[in-house]
Design a protein around this ligand. Structure first.
Ligand SMILES: Cc1cc2nc3c(=O)[nH]c(=O)nc-3n(C[C@H](O)[C@H](O)[C@H](O)COP(=O)(O)OP(=O)(O)OC[C@H]3O[C@@H](n4cnc5c(N)ncnc54)[C@H](O)[C@@H]3O)c2cc1C
Length: 302
């Protein structure tokens, strides 16, 4: 298969890398070498690649901006697909529907909407992922989630079939959807409404300011490590961790952020094991002290 792919790689616009380090493709800056890393630039080469793989589909993983991933050292048998620049186009229909390719960064979609006096997508300015990752995670902040604005998503399944899913047929929950894992999101449409640009800009400014105040930015992190659990006192997970785990806890270069206890940071060169040990330690401590079982928001890729 690798020989075939080598020939295939010479005839495409995209790129194929073998035994490729994923470290620089995750916000945590952690991750081993993938067997294959494919950056498709056209639908036809993406389909062709999937048809080559066939039996290896189980080992496929779609990666966006890597802002919600902790990738292990043992991914040498796995194949990663990251949509290329041709999948980051953005356009607008007459009735204010924004259509965005799934490799585009959320903040660029927010900016585009703002430039066109369209409101509803301001929250995207604060999520450092791509549209694809946001759909998968039903990401959100400051009271809005993808489920509130998504109209439809165009997908390719692992057999190469392309179709559109109406968001009414997707079951969205807190930081998850029921969309099958064998789908690659290609593009998505979003509803917006006309508003004064100044109001939109102010909303974005306030969101960013709030984020800056409460969360560590410009550091190696995967964002929220755990989901907010249901608990009788309605406490947020950062409060629960702050109250029950020593904030100075660290494993190697993996430590808890002083600014936000649910953000774990790679202060320099943390290994997968360091971060994984820290996650397990916090989970265990919280369970022992409060009886609450924390669920990961961060996705571990093995
Ligand atoms: C500093 C920081 C702040 C954050 N703040 C927030 C926040 O406020 N709110 C919030 O909800 N999250 C937040 N996050 C988490 C993260 O940014 C979101 O979950 C984001 O939507 C993930 O997008 P991504 O492109 O990075 O996806 P990745 O992390 O690369 O992948 C996440 C999931 O999406 C899937 N995926 C990605 N692209 C595609 C595609 N094209 N087709 C199919 N599946 C795909 C992956 O397979 C994986 O399952 C934050 C993270 C960081 C580092």
């Amino acid at each position: 298969m690798l020989k075939d792919l080598d020939i295939f790689s010479k005839n495409i616009k995209g790129k194929i890398k073998f035994n490729y380090s994923l470290k620089n493709h995750t916000w945590l800056n952690i991750g081993g070498n993938a067997k294959i890393f494919f950056i498709p630039e056209t639908l036809s080469e993406l389909r062709e690649f999937l048809l080559y793989l066939k039996k290896e589909n189980n080992n496929l993983f779609i990666i966006g901006a890597g802002s919600n991933l902790l990738i292990s050292d043992n991914v040498q048998n796995r194949i990663f697909i990251k949509l290329g620049k041709n999948f980051n186009k953005i356009s607008l229909t007459k009735n204010n529907v924004v259509i965005a390719g799934c490799s585009i960064l959320d903040k660029n979609v927010s900016n585009f909407a703002c430039e066109h006096n369209l409101s509803g997508l301001e929250f995207l300015s604060c999520i450092p992922g791509t549209i694809g990752g946001g759909i998968r995670m039903n990401s959100g902040c400051f009271g809005t989630e993808f489920k509130d604005v998504l109209l439809s998503v165009q997908v390719m399944d692992f057999s190469g079939r392309v179709y559109t899913i109406n968001s009414k047929n997707i079951n969205f929950e807190y930081r998850q959807t029921n969309l099958p894992k064998n789908l690659i999101f290609l593009s998505a449409s979003f509803k917006t409404n006309k508003k004064d640009k100044k109001e939109i800009e102010e909303k974005i400014y306030k969101f960013k300011e709030k984020k800056e105040r409460s969360q560590p930015l410009r550091v190696k992190t995967g964002g929220s490590t755990f989901k907010n659990p249901k608990n009788p006192l309605g406490k947020k997970v950062w409060q629960i961790i702050k109250e029950n785990v020593d904030n100075q806890t660290s494993f190697g270069d993996a430590k808890i952020s002083e600014k936000h206890s649910n953000f774990f940071i790679n202060i320099n060169n943390a290994s997968f094991k360091d971060m994984h040990d820290l996650i397990n330690f916090v989970k265990k401590k919280v369970k022992e002290k409060t009886g609450i079982s924390l669920q990961l928001e961060l996705e571990i890729v093995n």
